[in-house]
Design a protein around this ligand. Sequence first.
Ligand SMILES: *[C@@H]1O[C@H](CO)[C@@H](O)[C@H](O)[C@H]1NC(C)=O
Ligand SMILES: *[C@@H]1O[C@H](CO)[C@@H](O)[C@H](O)[C@H]1NC(C)=O
Ligand SMILES: *[C@@H]1O[C@H](CO)[C@@H](O)[C@H](O)[C@H]1NC(C)=O
Ligand SMILES: *[C@@H]1O[C@H](CO)[C@@H](O)[C@H](O)[C@H]1NC(C)=O
Ligand SMILES: *[C@@H]1O[C@H](CO)[C@@H](O)[C@H](O)[C@H]1NC(C)=O
Length: 270
Amino acid sequence: MELASAHLHKGQVPWGGLLLTASLLASWSPATTAEVTIEAVPPQVAEDNNVLLLVHNLPLALGAFAWYKGNTTAIDKEIARFVPNSNMNFTGQAYSGREIIYSNGSLLFQMITMKDMGVYTLDMTDENYRRTQATVRFHVHQPVTQPFLQVTNTTVKELDSVTLTCLSNDIGANIQWLFNSQSLQLTERMTLSQNNSILRIDPIKREDAGEYQCEISNPVSVRRSNSIKLDIIWEVTSEISQSTNPQPPTTIWLLLTTLLTRWMTSHTLS
Ligand SMILES: *[C@@H]1O[C@H](CO)[C@@H](O)[C@H](O)[C@H]1NC(C)=O
Ligand SMILES: *[C@@H]1O[C@H](CO)[C@@H](O)[C@H](O)[C@H]1NC(C)=O
Ligand SMILES: *[C@@H]1O[C@H](CO)[C@@H](O)[C@H](O)[C@H]1NC(C)=O
Ligand SMILES: *[C@@H]1O[C@H](CO)[C@@H](O)[C@H](O)[C@H]1NC(C)=O
Ligand SMILES: *[C@@H]1O[C@H](CO)[C@@H](O)[C@H](O)[C@H]1NC(C)=O
């Protein structure tokens, strides 16, 4: 049985096995109790904000339930306990003064700090003193600080290169680039490096002239850098010599002769 199933890959469960598993599950779990699940709202918390550890399907007949900090039910990690019969709550050794335990099982955690991040355990004791646990995890983020954008040179000759550097204190934050306040469309002349913090344009073209910014974000915040205006200069010598040239404009002559040639050709053919 074990050998046979070891050769099966995910999604290759034969119908017989699937039906057997389903019937076993049905016979093992009492039809009346749905699984207790806990949801952190929001799952990504900004520092100093609140998070609600929302309990779904809390069993109705409980003698008591208690919240613990960590994946544990150690006595010194107990935050608070609730006794439904008396409708009373009790605080534990890990209570910080910022938690509220509700009769429906949920725990409200206020003014979150970085140290609060992690796993929390809900321990449920039924009327027969049988204990079960469910866990939840939430992440805490500090809002990002404003990044600073630097450039090697704000005036660049066309076909030269330029390097823009997005300086940020927020390690691991996501970096995006903006061009004239829109998301920068990368071309094959642009390369990003160092986790997107460095943008190199080589060779630069006149269409790259404009306002550049970088944007730092994490799941709870977003900040834009200062804006840098990039000017592109290019050679205009040939255009100047043409306009100062006293000769009649050659293009018109060329156009006239072309038309004349075409007219003559069409008339000789017909
Ligand atoms: C439980 O109580 C809290 C506080 O009143 C509430 O925010 C939450 O929506 C309730 N429901 C569940 C399923 O926890
Ligand atoms: C809690 O610990 C148990 C046993 O060590 C483990 O199976 C489970 O995955 C852990 N839960 C979390 C959320 O870390
Ligand atoms: C205990 O209940 C009281 C009264 O409802 C409430 O003010 C207090 O915040 C509760 N304590 C905890 C830890 O939930
Ligand atoms: C910036 O670029 C211009 C034009 O290429 C050049 O004249 C100037 O020396 C450059 N400045 C620096 C600091 O590189
Ligand atoms: C890129 O980000 C990862 C994860 O935050 C970090 O470990 C790594 O050092 C970064 N690399 C560079 C070149 O900054």
